[in-house]
Each structure stands twice: as structure tokens, then as C-alpha cells.
Design a protein around this ligand. Sequence first.
Ligand code: SAM
Length: 285
Amino acid sequence: MHTEFPSIPAGTPEPGLYIVATPIGNLGDITLRAIAVLGGAALVACEDTRVTGKLLKHLGIKARLQRLDDHAPPEVRGRVIDVARHSAVALVSDAGTPLISDPGYRLVREARAAGITVTSIPGACATVSALAIAGLPSDRFLFAGFLPVKDKARRDALEGVAGVAATLVFYETAPRIERSLRAIADLWPEREVAVARELTKLHEECRSGSAAALADHYAAHPPKGEIVLIIGPPAEAEAPVADPDALLRAALADAGPGKAAGIVAKATGLDRAALYARALALKGE
Ligand code: SAM
């Protein structure tokens, strides 16, 4: 096993665009690679120069900052990309992983199209941190960003993902969490919900239960801080059942009836013996 603690990589990073994750609260959550890239970058593109300036000051790094968000005119992105042709350019957001409900998508897309090497410097992300502690299924999840603010739009957004057979992850704010939980309680009273708040900070908490119980709790104890809202997947009976024949046909393209039945049974929870019989019939068609 490799036990040596890696030191901060020395030297100037290679030219290119580096997508650098920064802490979501606890300043200790910055990686050695992030420090090296931020310290060696010719330019640090960021959402808010004051926020990033504070982080860099804490790290003892002096860097040239360029404000850049997804509304920045194309010329600004073009200039950043030009710098990245010959020098290392870092992109950070105010907190966490850029592009995850944060700016950066356009810059990355245009940089790739321009043949620039784009490198990920991974680190904190509220979605992943929340999923890691919520105790809800994490094998399959849909991250759907912020829920709309208005009641009808929020309900429509929730209804739009009602059939998704996966855990749902939303970003939410403290003043809106109770209303969102009430909307979820109306639609899915039986689903387990988790509210992960102030992750990595002093008052981190993760509370789970039905949406109604959580809404009552937050009505009585108005929360502060940042929130990730996680909704457990629908019960198997409610989840839309995929067409078993279509799944079997696809599996039969690469496997025999036994293996195909096993694959589809695992994916759907349907009875393996019945699937095997059906696979034999489909194979004989
Ligand atoms: N890019 C960030 C990431 O990687 O998670 C997300 C940025 S998004 C603009 C900000 C939202 O992320 C917050 O409103 C909240 O929903 C969530 N968030 C960020 N930090 C958090 C934290 N420490 N605890 C809980 N949620 C957090």
C-alpha cells in the first residue's frame, strides 16, 4: 500500500484549462493539486473576485483574477482561452465544483472545441457530500439543480421527475425549504426525504424522514444556511416497469438466455425463472 502523504506538486502546471474544486464551507477541503494549480496559474477565472480573492489570501496565493460567469460576453471567454493556449488557467466558482449549478459549461465547451486540454482538479461538491451521508440509495441518482421558486413551476418540475427510478437531488435555500417539502409531501407522502444542511461546516446536520414531518420540523425551527434536498426513489411498485422483452432482446444480443435473464432480473427485480423462460421463447422466434 502507498502510505507516503503526497506533497504539493512543484513547478508551473502545463498550459491548459484546469477546473478546480474549492471548499463548500470547511477551508480544509482543498486538495494539494488545487493549491498547486491555483498557485501556478497565470490566470484564475472566477465567479466573484472578492470570494476567490479571500480563498487565495487564506492559501497565501497571489494570482491574476478574471471575473467570468456564463453571462460573460464571448470575447471574455475567448481571451481566457487564448491565455490557456500558452499558460495554465484555473476556473473556480464561489464554492465547490465549477459547472455543478455554477458557471463554466460554456468556457469548457469552447476550450475543448479550441483544442485546449481541460483537466479536472476534483474536490468538494455538495451533491456528493449530501449523498454520502443521507442514507438513501446512491447507486442511481438524478441531480436536478435548484427547484423553481414559484409553486406551480416547482410542482411541475417535481411531477416531471416523478417516474425517475432513482434518488433525486436538488439544491435548495433555507427560506424555501419548508414550501418545497410541503410540495413533496403532497405528491409523494410515502417517500423518504433527507435534508443535508451546512455540509462541512460547524453546524452540519442531515435530517431524514417523510417530507411532511421534515416540513413541520422546519416550520417550528426555521433553518439557516445552505441545503441539499434528497428524495428517495419511488417504491418498486410505482416505478415505471421497463419493457422486459426489449431488455431481454438487448441482452440476448451479447449473451445466452441464462445470462440475459440474470442481467434483466438484476436490473428490474423481475423473477429470473420467468425471464429465462421468456428469453428461451424470444431466442426461438
Ligand atoms: N458548485 C457547488 C457544488 O459543487 O456543490 C454548488 C453551487 S450552487 C450555486 C450553491 C448551492 O449548493 C447552495 O444553494 C446549496 O443548495 C448547495 N450547497 C453548497 N454548499 C453547501 C453546503 N455546505 N451545505 C449544503 N448545501 C450546500
